[in-house]
Design a protein around this ligand. Structure first.
Ligand code: SR1
Length: 324
């Protein structure tokens, strides 16, 4: 049994245990997101245990039950789908555990679900692509189904193809594997052989692991007529975008570490008995390589070049800032 402890005017359980249950942990988005979660929990006091379900939804569901049986205070869920998770999540809620989810379609009452406004993410990147092509050209699209954010991005992609009838999809592929970037690179190499110079104008990559693989294949093949329009951003992605002759021109993104921090803040607001919303969409920004300086930048410096980029003021309570 944990005893309550006062943090300024907020009363929280003592020794807060947080279970972060992830559908998968692939690539730099996931690692920066985990850093954000860990850093925010540690700053408030608490311990995080990370469970990686290796893309197995039934394993993910049983991790939720394991955390519930262990009596953690908070369960944070990353990806996953309601069809697999709604029942174990309800068991956690019934036991009084606070649940905050990211990137899924859970609707259990009491759960806050945050996302990156995937419609907006996809539209911003696609609109830049359409304008750069002046509404006409051939594109390759890299996407994988079955993930809530990907399905939402695809809804906008369908609308985009209707809105810009002069833009034609010549190829589409993608899969989430343990080596997504590398596997994408090999598949993109095959596509480049199939469609010689002049037959592809741009690539729309709906995940940074896809954008990395496509960019490396295009650069190695010397196909500098092809530009990549992506989604997501990490320190590694920024380096790639800033390389000389990088095909990766534009990306639409939020800061994955900040997503993790917001998710934790909502959980701690719940622990403190505060009101929290059912949904929260974090606003994404468009990052064009042209706004970046010659010297290397990191995610922490990006606010100097992308207006409004940086720490969000979402889900902050006065007690968290020590101002109540
Ligand atoms: C397979 S889903 C990958 C996406 O999850 C997060 O929403 C990131 O934005 C990434 O693109």
């Amino acid at each position: 049994e944990t005893k309550p402890v006062s943090v300024s005017n907020a009363t929280l359980p003592k020794d807060i245990d947080v279970a972060l249950i992830m559908q998968m942990s692939i690539g730099t988005f996931s690692s920066q997101y985990i850093n954000g979660v860990t850093e925010q929990v540690e700053s408030f006091g608490g311990n995080v245990k990370v469970y990686n379900a290796d893309n197995d939804l039934s394993k993910m569901a049983s991790y939720v039950d394991t955390a519930t049986t262990q009596g953690v205070d908070v369960i944070l869920i990353d990806h996953g789908r309601a069809d697999a998770l709604k029942e174990p999540v309800q068991r956690a809620l019934d036991k009084g555990i606070k649940v905050v989810a990211f990137d899924n379609d859970l609707t259990n009452e009491g759960v806050t679900v945050i996302d990156q406004d995937d419609y907006s993410l996809a539209w911003r990147s696609l609109k830049a692509l359409a304008e750069d092509l002046d509404g006409e050209g051939n594109i390759v699209t890299i996407w994988v189904g079955g993930f809530t954010p990907m399905e939402r991005r695809h809804t906008i992609y369908d609308a985009f193809l209707k809105r810009y009838p002069g833009i034609t999809e010549v190829a589409k592929f993608g899969s989430a594997t343990n080596n997504t970037a590398l596997d994408t690179q090999s598949q993109m190499e095959a596509i480049l052989k199939k469609y010689p110079e002049g037959e592809i104008d741009a690539v729309f990559a709906m995940w940074d692991e896809f954008a990395k693989g496509a960019s490396r294949a295009i650069k190695q093949a010397g196909r500098d007529e092809i530009a990549v329009y992506g989604i997501d951003l990490s320190d590694e992605d920024l380096q790639l975008m800033q390389e000389d002759g990088s095909p990766w021109k534009v990306t639409a993104a939020t800061d994955p570490a900040e997503i993790g921090r917001i998710q934790v803040r909502y959980a701690y607001q719940k622990l403190a008995g505060e009101e929290t919303p059912s949904i929260h969409s974090v606003d994404p920004y468009l990052v064009d390589r042209d706004v970046l300086p010659d010297e290397k930048v990191t995610m922490d410096d990006l606010g100097q070049y992308v207006p409004n980029w940086g720490a969000s003021d979402a889900a902050w309570s006065d007690w968290m800032k020590g101002t109540d």
